[in-house]
Ligand binder design. Structure first.
Ligand SMILES: [Zn+2]
Length: 273
């Protein structure tokens, strides 16, 4: 039995298979080893802000206390909508954080999560970002110099490609294969003019068009996908668990339903196995 505050599961891609760890940094559990075994998360009726640790009744912005959620740069609207980045106006909530997290190279990528989608990520966050979304394949198509630029391009691609994952579909498995290289070539063909004009607008060496990147394929530790996806929450149940049937995205799949671990960030639990 272990007790800790939930946070996004740590992931690693080893020989094409996603590996998941849950728990504190120096006290974590490799969840892949519990496939097919009973596992239970019991809510300790305590939620702590993931930034400052304050005890809160309700978490804001995916795991923060209210003051942190309106103060921290990582909780600003521009994180969800990077095309609204306001660093250049001098109004970034924390310019040091912005410089370390947003003014750095980003990828625009295509992925197959519940079908074709476009997304963005810091260039250091692959393949983690893709595993978090439950993508079975992903392919970077542009390397850009800032988060803002990635957001502008994402909007362009999102005019013709989905930018969201249907998590229920993603959790049902049986995702149809997509030739991401072919899709990339089609999109470059279709949007070539707009890409070129945006590239020259951003200036020299800001945008790199990736025509020859390799697709990353990702398998998930799942022994059985659910036929019907029913969602479990620690807001409604004191404890959640059953036989662990699989892990995909940031979800644990039990024989009793699925739980999104990330959306319980800050919740103090006891893990029983
Ligand atoms: Zn806080």
């Amino acid at each position: 039995m272990k007790s800790f505050n939930l946070d996004k599961m740590n992931t690693e891609l080893i020989k094409g298979l996603a590996h998941y760890r849950i728990g504190d940094e120096d006290n974590s559990v490799l969840l892949n080893s519990y496939l097919g075994l009973p596992l239970r998360l019991s809510f300790q009726k305590e939620i702590n802000c993931t930034h400052c640790g304050t005890l809160v009744k309700k978490a804001y912005n995916g795991g923060y206390c209210y003051p942190c959620s309106i103060k921290l740069a990582e909780c600003d609207m521009c994180i969800l909508k990077p095309e609204l980045c306001h660093y250049a106006k001098g109004t970034c909530r924390n310019s040091t954080w912005g410089e370390a997290n947003c003014l750095i190279p980003h990828f625009v990528y295509l992925a197959n999560s519940s079908g074709l989608k476009v997304g963005i990520t810091r260039s250091t966050q692959t393949p983690t970002r893709w595993i978090d979304q439950g993508a079975v394949a992903a392919l970077p198509i542009l390397k850009v110099s800032t988060r803002y630029q990635s957001g502008v391009f994402e909007k362009l691609f999102a005019s013709v490609v989905n930018d969201k994952t249907d998590w229920r579909k993603m959790l049902k498995g049986n995702i149809e294969e997509i030739d991401l290289e072919e899709k990339r070539d089609e999109l470059f063909e279709l949007l070539g003019e707009s890409i070129d004009s945006m590239e020259s607008e951003f200036g020299n060496n800001q945008i790199e068009i990736l025509e020859n990147y390799e697709v990353t394929n990702i398998d998930y530790p799942v022994i059985e996908y659910p036929e019907k996806v029913s969602s479990l929450s620690l807001d409604k149940h004191d404890s959640v668990g059953g036989i662990l049937k699989g892990i995909k995205g940031q979800y644990l799949i039990f024989d009793t339903g699925v739980i999104n671990i990330r959306s319980h960030t800050g919740y103090k639990i006891e893990l029983e196995f």
